[in-house]
Design a protein. Structure first.
Length: 334
């Protein structure tokens, strides 16, 4: 009996030592600051917080300051990425709210290189009186973007809402399974799970990324139905508050010419315009560029600084006439 107990204890000790060594090796050799699965894990644990409302799910925590994908990420008291901003714009200043998901938040992009920052910077350089805030949060759909805008965005009294639309915005609400201790604390566990999931996706029966996106926009898809309602609500809120709103379509950057989702873009455009909002497709700003040159990293096709700079040009061209109208009618943004 004693011998069996000894052997069992020895096995446990060996397993613990092996697990600790694996964890240490993962943190030393795999965690290089740009490993997608580990950086997303850090984002979830260091920046995001749970919001129990079914239409919200998660959001940015206030006053966070960390590094993700080797760039600094900070939030102010409302969870917006960037420095603190007054709840009321200065007299004569037009305020622009940038609303969206990780593409708006600027995943893997330095704060100064996000299109939210670049647009404001360019407009100021052109002599316009503007400020703005970045309300983008990773892994949000349009319903979550609307909920947060009603919570915090409206309090900031924007004059213009830049609502960015990416193809995965048609996803249904994410699920939030209960996290284990390993989920919260083990880098090795995160890497192992991610790699296993990647293998299953590669060799298993799951649809490829193109089919996955296309399935989101079936007429009876729950996520797409909710997205249409959220877009209509954005239009209603803007109209009732006298806020100008424009929807910018950000293309999926893995293939650009020919673009494989033109039919999806047309479907979204139809809904947006039926609700009285202008729709601007930013595909032409990047379609002649090498797709991989626009990615944060080769395995991660989030828009990088080069892509955001291209998007900025298209946004500024659209926003200038809107600011001209604000200047004429309200003496703001002149």
């Amino acid at each position: 009996m004693k011998g069996a107990l000894k052997n069992a204890m020895l096995v446990v000790v060996v397993l613990v030592v092996c697990a600790l060594m694996l964890e240490a090796m993962t943190r030393l050799f795999v965690d290089d600051g740009v490993s997608y699965e580990l950086e997303m894990w850090k984002y979830a644990t260091d920046v995001k917080v749970r919001d129990q409302r079914p239409e919200m799910g998660h959001k940015h925590g206030p006053n966070r300051d960390t590094s993700l994908m080797s760039v600094g990420v900070r939030t102010e008291q409302h969870g917006f990425r960037g420095p603190a901003i007054a709840e009321q714009a200065a007299p004569g200043v037009a305020r622009i709210a940038f609303v969206g998901d990780s593409t708006t938040m600027g995943w893997g992009v330095a704060e100064k290189d996000t299109f939210a920052h670049q647009v404001i910077e360019q407009l100021v350089k052109q002599g316009r009186k503007v400020d703005g805030f970045n309300a983008g949060v990773g892994n949000w759909n349009t319903t979550q973007e609307l909920t947060n805008f009603l919570d915090t965005g409206l309090k900031m009294k924007p004059d213009i809402v830049v609502l960015t639309y990416f193809i995965n915005d048609g996803e249904p609400m994410p699920t939030y399974p209960k996290e284990s201790w390993l989920d919260l604390h083990s880098a090795a566990w995160i890497v192992l799970n991610y790699r296993l999931d990647s293998l299953i996706r590669q060799f298993g029966p799951r649809p490829d990324w193109k089919q996955y996106y296309r399935d989101l926009y079936k007429d009876d898809a729950a996520g797409w139905k909710a997205t249409q309602k959220a877009l209509a609500s954005f239009a209603d809120v803007a109209r009732s508050r006298g806020i100008k709103i424009v929807v910018f379509h950000l293309p999926e950057l893995r293939e650009l010419k020919p673009y494989p989702f033109a039919d999806v873009t047309a479907k979204v455009k139809k809904v947006v315009e039926e609700n009285g909002m202008p729709f601007v497709d930013l595909l032409p700003t990047v379609e002649n560029l090498d797709p991989s040159s626009l990615w944060v990293t080769v395995p991660d096709p989030h828009p990088n600084a080069k892509a955001d700079t291209a998007f900025t040009g298209g946004m500024v061209r659209t926003l200038l006439p809107m600011l001209d109208d604000l200047c004429r009618t309200q003496n703001r943004g002149c």
